[in-house]
Design a protein around this ligand. Structure first.
Ligand code: ADP
Ligand code: MG
Length: 240
């Protein structure tokens, strides 16, 4: 009844793609808070990178993720945007959160500084609601303890710095929601094994873990088994 096409059976109907990561071609499609989108626009970012396209929706869903993507592919924002978004969501219903929401583990002080800068940039429009503390600094334990007492939402640290604050409970991880290990391949190879083991014991069972790595070294598998439950493994190196 629809006309000419009737006798050609529709064997080659165009396949309607189901919702796939490829349909997320702008930051708006992630459903992020306007204050985050404002920072994204201010930074002149127009389109998420592949690892951001894949990892951000999964991270927002609360999945554990192990993402392999090469250096320069945009892994930092792939975890920073979901962390800030989730903190903003949480604070809409609850004014104060007493304990650290997200911990970002890094192998070096330099990387900690770099990530802290990105957090600062992307919390520019919500500074009152999202507080970031870099513990991978030369500041004394006493100074760091007083900074921790101001209830940061996000802590960035090396495994050693994190463990230095565990015994006297100045760093309370009992209600931690998200754990990120950035440059996960390097975290163990920098000789942090013992601290990482200590740290795992201090984590709550239901923490969401996100591991970022540029390589497929065996260290990452070891960390995956330690931190993740049934993670989604993303391999992005081949497609770029
Ligand atoms: P990786 O951690 O994977 O090595 P980074 O997160 O450090 O990569 O990002 C590399 C560079 O790409 C940074 O300068 C960052 O500002 C830039 N960048 C990240 N995401 C985007 C994007 N969506 N559009 C344009 N530039 C981006
Ligand atoms: Mg990186």
């Amino acid at each position: 009844a629809d006309g000419a096409g009737d006798q050609n059976l529709p064997q080659e109907l165009p396949i309607e793609p189901s919702v796939s990561p490829q349909t997320v071609d702008s930051f708006e499609n992630f459903g992020l808070d306007p204050r985050l989108l404002q920072a994204v626009a201010k930074e002149g970012l127009h389109k998420p990178t592949d690892v951001q396209t894949q990892a951000i929706p999964l991270a927002l869903e609360g999945r554990d993720i192990l993402a392999h993507a090469k250096t320069g592919s945009g892994k930092t924002l792939a975890f920073i945007l979901p962390i800030i978004e989730k903190i903003l969501q949480k604070k809409q219903s609850l004014q104060t959160t007493a304990s650290v929401y997200a911990l970002v583990l890094v192998p070096t002080k330099e990387l900690a500084e770099q990530i802290t800068r990105v957090f600062t940039t992307f919390t520019a429009y919500c500074t009152k609601h999202v507080r970031v503390l870099n513990l991978a600094t030369k500041a004394s334990d006493i100074v760091q303890r007083s900074l921790l007492a101001e209830h940061p939402d996000i802590v960035i640290a090396t495994p050693a710095r994190t463990c230095a604050h565990l015994p006297e409970a100045s760093l309370d991880l009992s209600a931690l929601s998200m754990l990120v290990v950035d440059e996960a391949d390097l975290v163990l190879s920098f000789g942090h094994e013992k601290d990482v083991q200590t740290l795992v014991l201090a984590l709550p069972d239901n923490v969401q873990s996100i591991l970022m790595s540029a390589t497929l070294r065996s260290e990452v598998d070891a960390l995956k088994d330690l931190f993740c439950k049934d993670p989604i493994v993303l391999h992005l190196n081949e497609t770029q």
